[in-house]
Design a protein. Structure first.
Lengths: 87, 350
């Protein structure tokens, strides 16, 4: 899958998993921070995103430090999936 | 006396929240009456998107009642299905992901006591907190619980509510079971229908109740629940309820009937009507809120507002005009799926 296509798919999945019903994929920028001032996600959402990576891409993140590097924005998630995705 | 109703709020398929207007009937869509939800400005975005619809509606209806009050001494909710939509999501995840990698969101939001818990969290309330789930008598049991607590603690105030939501799975199952109409039917034609089943509905109604008369909207004088599928037995029980609880020299001035367009339940409602004098007005409410297990809480909201807030009974509710001079005692009779019945006597505060 091309990176651009993966990012679009990822945005759809983020909206679905986190129930961000007032957003569309176009509202999420590739480099927009997922937490804090960006999308404003919180710790419960980070758990949902880790489950998303496991269920949809076969990626198991067990080290919290690694999780912090991956769950920065859509770009970092897509890069990690490209490098480590099992599905 | 059981208790006094001081405040009431209702999110329903009609304009009952905020600027109340029940004269204009909002119509059903695909045999369902969906609640008109406010924008919930008091909830932050993250909290709101994680709430099931029933939790959203329940908390949203409770907040205005809690704004100016001291913390209630208890939160008592009646709900049959609560966040059934989220419950279904969680059960599907168990199957889809082979009991692995389950996230807590849908599980937490899919349990019945989430509504009372969410309200307690918002209100920082660590007092009595209970959810009754007795199917079609869930709200009635919450009322009885509140009445018993107030009997023991007359100075206490309780938040009392009834909440249920439409869920896709339950709608399908109940339609297959014949409880919702299979043919297209709009709510403004509900009572002309001669087939089985009703329209599906939902809503959240909240009350603050206590033993104090001062400033009360209405008095909940008596309540009873009946378990029977026999119209003769039910009629006798309603008759006893009225004679035992209506003060001497007074009469029922308005019947709020839970008639729901289901040919099978109609004999029960007709049996109740025949107990009353010919001039007693009869008003129906299920075309406004639809059929759901705690719909009687919507009727109690109506009765409280008719008695205490000067709300007029709109023409579309009236089955029988009767004599409307001075409504003092309102009888609410409702049955859910024929086996569970309730009578509530609501009176003017004098």
């Amino acid at each position: 899958m091309e990176t651009a296509e993966l990012k679009e798919k990822l945005k759809v999945q983020i909206i679905q998993f986190l129930n961000l019903t007032d957003l569309t994929p176009a509202d999420i920028k590739d480099d927009e921070p997922l937490f804090g001032d960006g999308l404003g996600l919180d710790s419960i959402d980070s758990l949902e995103l880790i489950v998303l990576l496991k269920r949809e891409y076969g990626i198991n993140i067990q080290d919290p430090k690694e999780g912090r590097k991956v769950l920065v924005d859509v770009n970092t998630m897509a890069e990690y999936i490209k490098a480590n995705g099992q599905k | 006396m059981m208790f006094y109703i001081h405040k009431a709020a209702c999110i329903s398929p009609q304009q009952t929240f905020g600027d109340i207007d029940i004269e204009q009937l909002h119509l059903s869509v695909d045999n369902k009456l969906y609640a008109i939800e406010p924008k919930y400005p008091h909830f932050n975005g993250n909290a709101l998107r994680r709430m099931s619809k029933s939790t959203r509606m329940g908390s949203g209806a409770a907040l205005p009642l809690l704004a100016d009050e001291a913390k209630p001494d208890g939160i008592i909710i009646g709900t049959q299905v609560s966040g059934m939509e989220e419950n279904g999501k969680f059960l599907n995840q168990i199957i889809e992901y082979n009991e692995d990698m389950l996230t807590p969101g849908s599980f937490v939001q899919g349990t019945p006591n989430t509504i009372s818990s969410q309200i307690a969290l918002i209100n920082n309330n660590k007092n009595y907190n209970l959810t009754h789930v007795h199917r079609g008598l869930a709200f009635e049991n919450a009322v009885i619980d509140a009445a018993m607590l107030i009997n023991e603690n007359p100075g206490h105030t309780y938040l009392l509510g009834g909440v249920d939501e439409i869920s896709a799975n339950n709608y399908t199952l109940d339609t297959l079971g014949g409880w919702f109409k299979k043919e297209a039917c709009q709510n403004d034609e509900l009572y002309n229908s001669t087939t089985n089943g009703s329209l599906s509905g939902e809503g959240a109604t909240m009350f603050t109740v206590s033993g104090s008369k001062t400033g009360a909207l209405a008095k909940l004088t008596a309540i009873t629940t009946i378990h029977s599928t026999d119209t003769v037995i039910v009629r006798e029980r309603i008759k006893s309820f009225i004679s035992q609880n209506l003060p001497n020299g007074e009469k029922i001035d308005l019947l709020l009937s839970g008639e729901n367009g289901d040919a099978r339940t109609l004999p029960f409602y007709l049996a109740c009507e025949t107990l009353l004098d010919n001039q007693v007005p009869v008003a129906r409410f299920k075309h406004m809120c639809g059929e759901y297990p705690t719909a009687s809480s919507f009727a109690l909201w109506l009765a409280s507002n008719f008695l205490g807030n000067g709300l007029n009974v709109p023409q579309h509710m009236l089955k029988k005009q009767g004599d409307f001079n001075g409504v003092k005692n309102i009888l609410i009779y409702n049955t859910h799926k024929m086996g569970q019945h309730s009578c509530v006597l609501v009176s003017l505060v004098e």
